[in-house]
Design a binder for this molecule. Structure first.
Ligand code: 6PG
Length: 243
């Protein structure tokens, strides 16, 4: 499935566009509807997005109507620089009015296997929309690594796209760092998948995946599209330079 590709000059412009879109989504949503369930990603671009959201949209978005989940987490304390939750807390959550009950973090300091099961249960208890036996998130924001990984599904673990579990324990192939990640089917089950990709170092892989160049099948990001939903790539000029 081909995404709708949205190109921006800089990561800030990209983040501004995404933030404006999020405001529209929240504004257009019928008043009586339940909260919008959004899965966040770690990485450098979301950090910029969180800055834009907290500086310009703290008062413009009804944060009470958003539930935040995470697509992956490093198995570290929330105070560790590597923590995706910690980064989000610092750049966004501490600066907006959002009830604690809306924040569903992966507890990176827990024992990984047990936490993967616990988080799957937390998702199960909170996401009421189920299809294909799996939770259906409204929006999943994803990044992509230079090796083509997304969430914490790395190229040596493509089988996570066939798993029937909601969450799994993953390991960074070079550092060995443990992580907890949503599995591929959960990503594919969501209503909207949005990739945010920036920087020169992503240009080649962006081209390979979008143009289905030889070998693109080895990249997990190539499979992370919704089976039945909206699929978008927000990319900056640098990441788009070979297209
Ligand atoms: C993580 C991620 C991961 C990330 C990509 C891109 O926690 O590592 O969720 O999938 O999105 O590695 O990261 P950058 O935006 O920093 O390149």
């Amino acid at each position: 499935m081909k995404p709708t590709v949205k190109k921006y000059k800089t990561p800030i412009e990209l983040s501004e566009a995404f933030a404006a879109e999020l405001k529209n989504i929240m504004y257009e949503r019928p008043v009586d509807r339940s909260n919008v369930n959004i899965v966040l990603s770690g990485g450098s671009t979301p950090k910029i997005l969180f800055n834009v959201l907290s500086e310009e949209y703290a008062e413009k978005i009804d944060w009470e109507k958003i539930n935040f989940f995470w697509g992956d987490e490093r198995c570290v304390l929330p105070t560790d620089e590597e923590s995706n939750y910690g980064m989000t807390k610092k750049y966004l959550l501490d600066k907006i009015e959002i009830p604690e009950r809306n924040i569903h973090r992966i507890v990176g300091e827990n024992q990984p296997e047990r936490e993967a099961d616990r988080y799957a249960r937390e998702i199960d208890e909170n996401i009421l929309t189920i299809s294909n036996g799996l939770p259906e998130f409204d929006i999943i924001i994803l990044g992509m690594g230079t090796d083509g990984h997304t969430a914490s599904i790395f190229p040596n673990k493509l089988e996570l796209f066939n798993s029937d579990k909601v969450c799994a324990v993953a390991e960074h192939p070079s550092t060995g760092q443990k992580r907890i990640t949503l599995t591929g089917k959960v990503i594919k089950n969501s209503k909207r998948v949005i990739f945010m990709i920036t920087g020169n170092e992503k240009a080649e892989i962006v081209k390979n995946i979008l143009e289905k160049k030889k070998g693109y099948e080895k990249y997990p990001a190539a499979y992370a599209f919704p089976e039945d939903g909206i699929y978008e790539w927000y990319i900056d000029e640098k990441a788009a330079k070979l297209l």
